[in-house]
Design a protein around this ligand. Structure first.
Ligand SMILES: [Mg+2]
Length: 262
């Protein structure tokens, strides 16, 4: 086994650290043990229905003490881009109320008026309607930028999978005949850039741990980060035989990664 000295870990959440409202067995102990060894962690999640602080609070309630600064989701990546490079823009959000609040908190002006929209941000939105689709479509026809938080077709719920942000992004893209100009969630490298900035560690000294090949492992490859696939979530060992993206390690569960830090 390739022995490298990793100083930081990027860990996916659902399917890797938790399954809905249950922690994967051993996840909390693994986190604590590696923190004690001086390893820095950032958690990366494609979800944009809540903000980093909400996800940190959720993890805390499950028994994993993390700060909001240690959680990077696609909402945080959008907010970071708006703060750094798109200040004062007028943004139409097709998304959940917490995402709207976060974007407003980044200094953007929220609008639902297509003719005033500079950027359409499309995300998971349980209140998605034909009217929202129509407004986003007109804004895009008028030349607004089209951003997607992530392209996940579905997400795990208590009884199977439900339609995700990707389904909503696809409907807007189909109407307007344009793919998104920018996608923030894994596998696109935006979240890696932000996570590495927070960790203040080079990509070569990091390990990405995730359960889904087409998001987590591809994301790590694109960012030049070594990766470990865990078999507690979406992808199976068999999926690997068909994948052109191969992780450096395959483990049954996140608790097995401690072997890399001995
Ligand atoms: Mg996952």
């Amino acid at each position: 086994m390739n022995r490298k000295t990793y100083q930081g870990i990027l860990a996916d959440l659902d399917g890797t650290v938790n399954r809905g409202s249950i922690l994967i067995p051993g996840a909390a102990a693994t986190y604590k043990e590696l923190v004690r060894k001086g390893i820095r962690w950032v958690f990366v999640s494609n979800s944009a229905t809540r903000l980093s602080s909400d996800l940190a609070a959720k993890m805390g309630a499950l028994g994993l003490e993390v700060t909001a600064n240690q959680v990077v989701n696609s909402a945080a990546a959008v907010i970071n881009a708006l703060r750094k490079h798109f200040t004062g823009k007028r943004v139409m959000v097709v998304g959940e109320p917490r995402l709207v609040e976060g974007i407003e908190g980044a200094g953007a002006e929220i609008t639902d008026e297509p003719s005033r929209t500079d950027i359409v941000v499309a995300a998971m939105d349980t209140g998605f309607t034909y009217d929202k689709l129509r407004r986003a479509h007109i804004a895009l026809q008028n030349g607004a930028l089209f951003w997607a938080t992530n392209m996940d077709a579905s997400f795990p719920a208590s009884h199977g999978f439900l339609p995700g942000a990707g389904s909503i992004v696809a409907s807007i893209a189909t109407a307007s005949g344009r793919p998104p100009d920018r996608v923030f969630g894994k596998p696109s490298p935006d979240m890696a850039e932000l996570a590495l900035e927070i960790l203040n560690i080079e990509a070569e000294s990091c390990l990405m741990v995730g359960d889904r090949i087409e998001t987590d492992i591809v994301f790590a490859k694109k960012a030049g980060i070594d990766s470990a696939l865990v078999l507690t979530g979406a992808s199976t060992k068999e999926d690997l035989t068909w994948s052109s993206y191969q992780p450096e390690y395959v483990f049954e569960s996140i608790s097995d990664i401690v072997r890399l830090f001995r």
